[in-house]
Design a protein around this ligand. Structure first.
Ligand code: UN1
Length: 498
């Protein structure tokens, strides 16, 4: 059945400005109710090659369009996204499950990125700098890399795509994009927007399909010079290894094990709000989700009581029903993974205070729902205190001091986001200095990154690059140093210097 909002039964690849049918298809299922929304192509290496060839051709012309004009296309993209915000948010809730309020927020994040990057068309700053020689001029400038490959996850189907594609486009690259097979609808919608905004054919190509086919072909394709990937550590490591062999630039954004630190002087009501929002929003399926609460022993019991009282009030169900605050988990595999951690936590000796089960029966029968879960008396080295669960599960770890809290925060493989609740300015500054994550929040939860700042993490979260912010341009540009000698004679650097 055709969905009324989507008005199509089958998505198509977008290659060279054409809407290309797939050879094979798979169903896109609404995680809230198990119903098929639409079918999505399962493409192969041949489709990727077509996309790369067309991107290569288109990029040559696109790079010659002045950057402020390239940016105008993004301005129109942002305007169209804004006009369609509500429709996009509803489709996003249907394919991903996140509640409508959050879906609107995610679409807004994409709109923000469009307007921000369209401004960048009149900046793309390089440097001019004195030469060491007389009558010689020196400057550095950003140049497009060529064809870039972006591989985006299902948990932020549009925001993350905009973090990667918009800087790539404004910098004069062409894009081959593989969206997650679970959530291809927003990619289809964004491709339509690119087309309507007047982006020349072939500058963005969308190839739907599995990582093992489409993603793999992209990573191996010699004419894709950059891969920007957000997803699991396992896949990211594989991509990095292959890209390393080819000396292909690769930007990875992967897991997190983010913590909220609650000190004894914290505003506990505020801390509870921050924890609930960042732990159970998007059902914990954010890279930035809070999955540990590191709490000072003096306030542990009070915090537990207040958290439990507020968790009781969380309404769980289909995100299109605005009375629900927590939506479903993306699919059955996701549910199984969260479920496994319940046994792991109990066997390790953690105390389960709330949740811990799959929600079944009644309105939950056909969807993938997991009850918001709270473990306490978790020790830092337990697996539930170390590993990314990607579900609505929080582990409380008691500590005695700020120093210990920071040590526990930093004692994991990942380094994406962290947060501290305290009223003490000295603790604030010490914490922001010593927390080893790429993002630090003070008196707010672990989520809520804004697009004009660098997004990314240290250690096992990434490989040193950043999404969004002006820093994203570093992924999609090469630096060129240009020396112009107007002395009319041979001047040798390092030698003819008085
Ligand atoms: C992600 O989880 O991968 O800061 C992205 C946040 C959002 C983006 C999350 N703005 O939580």
């Amino acid at each position: 059945m055709t969905d009324a909002l989507l008005k199509t039964e089958k998505l198509r690849n977008f290659i060279d400005g054409e809407w290309v049918e797939g050879k094979e298809y798979t169903a896109v299922v609404n995680p809230a109710n198990g119903k098929t929304i639409v079918d999505v192509p399962l493409s192969d290496g041949g489709d990727v090659n077509k996309a790369v060839q067309t991107a290569k051709k288109a990029q040559k012309e696109w790079a010659l369009v002045p950057a402020p004009q390239r940016a105008e296309v993004l301005l129109r993209v942002g305007t169209l996204m804004k006009e369609r915000k509500e429709r996009l948010a509803q489709l996003l809730t249907m394919e991903n499950g996140k509640v409508l309020e959050e879906a609107r927020g995610e679409v807004q994040e994409g709109i923000d990125m469009a307007f921000y990057m369209s401004g960048e068309g009149r900046r793309l700053f390089g440097q001019t700098t004195p030469s060491e020689l007389k009558d010689k001029f020196a400057m550095s400038q950003r140049c497009p890399v060529g064809v870039v490959g972006i591989i985006t996850p299902w948990n932020f189907p549009i925001a993350i795509a905009t973090w990667k594609s918009f800087p790539a486009i404004v910098a004069g690259n062409a894009v081959v994009w593989k969206p997650a097979t679970e959530t291809p609808i927003l990619a289809f919608e964004l491709a339509k927007i690119f087309e309507e905004a007047g982006l020349p054919k072939g500058v963005v190509n969308v190839v739907f399909g599995k990582g093992s086919a489409v993603g793999d072909a992209m990573v191996h394709h010699k004419d894709i010079r950059v891969i920007s990937f957000t997803g699991s550590n396992e896949t990211g490591r594989g991509i990095a290894a292959e890209c390393g062999q080819q000396l292909k630039k690769v930007s990875l954004e992967m897991g997190g094990k983010n913590a909220v630190i609650v000190m004894d002087d914290a505003d506990l009501n505020l801390a509870v709000e921050g924890i609930l929002w960042s732990a159970f929003g998007t059902s914990g399926q954010r890279c930035t989700a809070c999955s540990r609460v590191i709490v000072h022993k003096d306030v542990k019991e009070t915090l537990e009581e207040r958290l439990l009282a507020e968790m009781e009030k969380l309404t769980i169900g289909d995100g299109l029903d605005e009375s629900n605050k927590v939506g479903p988990i993306i699919n059955k595999d996701g549910i199984e993974k969260v479920k496994r951690y319940m046994d792991i936590g109990k066997n390790e000796g953690a105390k389960l205070l709330a949740g811990g089960y799959v929600m079944n029966g009644g309105k939950y029968t056909d969807g993938n729902y997991f009850a918001p879960t709270l473990f306490t008396d978790v020790t830092p080295d337990m697996r539930i205190g170390q590993e990314e669960i990607f579900g609505p599960v929080v582990s409380l770890i008691p500590v005695d001091s700020l120093e210990e809290a920071i040590e526990v925060n930093n004692g994991v493989e990942f380094g994406l986001s962290s947060s501290i609740f305290t009223g003490d300015i000295n603790r604030v500054f010490q914490a922001q200095r010593d927390l080893d994550t790429g993002i630090v929040y003070v008196n707010a939860g672990t989520t809520g990154a804004e697009i004009h700042l660098p997004f990314g993490g240290t250690k096992g979260t990434g490989n040193g690059h950043r999404d969004s912010g002006v820093q994203a341009l570093d992924v999609f540009t090469e630096w060129k140093a240009v020396y112009i000698d107007y002395s009319g004679k041979l001047q040798r650097a390092q030698i003819d210097v008085e």
